[in-house]
Design a protein around this ligand. Structure first.
Ligand code: ADP
Ligand code: MG
Length: 246
């Protein structure tokens, strides 16, 4: 599958005159696992926020299924199937798993009452889809970091996304939890959903992705099949130690 889902083209994003993104282009193909690699402060989260409509680029464009937009609003991004799992997961800790999963869904009946049985059924189905054992009645605050992340993934999948963006998803996970998450990511991909996996962890990126892009100081410095990269080439691109003058 080599259809392009999303294409960032020559995007510039400035904060108080300073370019956080300087002519950034990035192509996400349908159904691929793509890694965006970069050191802290290189612009990774800003790329995500342009794709999800949080930031409006100063110039450049964002094409989805070949249709060009100067920018997206957050609602348009969601309608186009772009879902982001942020590092804090954006869940409500004092609500149950089921309540968190139901928040985006219209579950009120004619008398405007929430149908709690359908809330629980919906949550159960969303978690079953991931093949994980989480009690929908549990409060989110009682879950481990990995558990909360799974709830965030389940919630994102409930809106049938085309692209799931994960910002530094392995930061607080054990190796075993990373393996579970990778299994789920591959399963999501098998359903034709693209994944943008944002990270600075070399080994994990080499393990999970098919294509890889490297951003440094707000500029794309490398892009290609992951098989073209090894740890040392990624480090060189991320740190720029192979560039003699700039
Ligand atoms: P990363 O996610 O790769 O760590 P970011 O995209 O968060 O990097 O940040 C890239 C650069 O843009 C950094 O220099 C950061 O300080 C700056 N930046 C990001 N967001 C803002 C903002 N809302 N206001 C001002 N500067 C910002
Ligand atoms: Mg970031």
């Amino acid at each position: 599958m080599s259809d392009v889902f999303l294409d960032l083209r020559n995007v510039v994003k400035r904060f108080s005159g300073v370019a956080a993104l300087d002519d950034v282009s990035l192509t996400i193909r349908s159904g691929e696992i793509h890694c965006l690699a970069g050191e802290n402060g290189s612009g990774k989260s800003t790329v995500i926020k342009v794709m999800s409509g949080v930031y409006r680029p100063d110039s450049g464009s964002i094409a989805i299924d070949g249709r060009t937009h100067s920018h997206l609003t957050p609602i348009e991004a969601i309608r186009h199937g772009i879902q982001v799992i942020y590092q804090d997961f954006s869940l409500f800790g004092n609500l149950t798993v089921a309540e968190n999963l139901a928040l985006n869904t219209e579950l009120r009946n004619k008398r405007k009452l929430v149908n709690w049985r359908s809330v629980r059924d919906l949550a159960r189905r969303a978690l079953d889809r991931l093949g994980v054992d989480i009690d929908p009645e549990q409060e989110v605050d009682e879950l481990s970091t990995a558990g909360r992340q799974l709830v965030a993934i389940a919630r994102a999948l409930m809106s049938d996304p085309r692209l799931l963006i994960m910002d530094e998803p392995t930061t607080a996970l054990t190796r075993k939890e990373v393996e579970t998450m990778f299994r789920i990511v591959r399963d999501i991909q098998a359903h034709g959903i693209s994944i943008l996996f944002v990270s600075h962890k070399m080994r994990e990126m080499l393990e999970i992705s098919e294509r890889l892009s490297v951003i440094r100081n707000g500029r794309m410095v490398a892009e290609g099949p992951t098989s073209n990269f090894d740890e040392s080439t990624i480090v060189r691109h991320m740190t720029g130690h192979d560039i003699s003058s700039e």
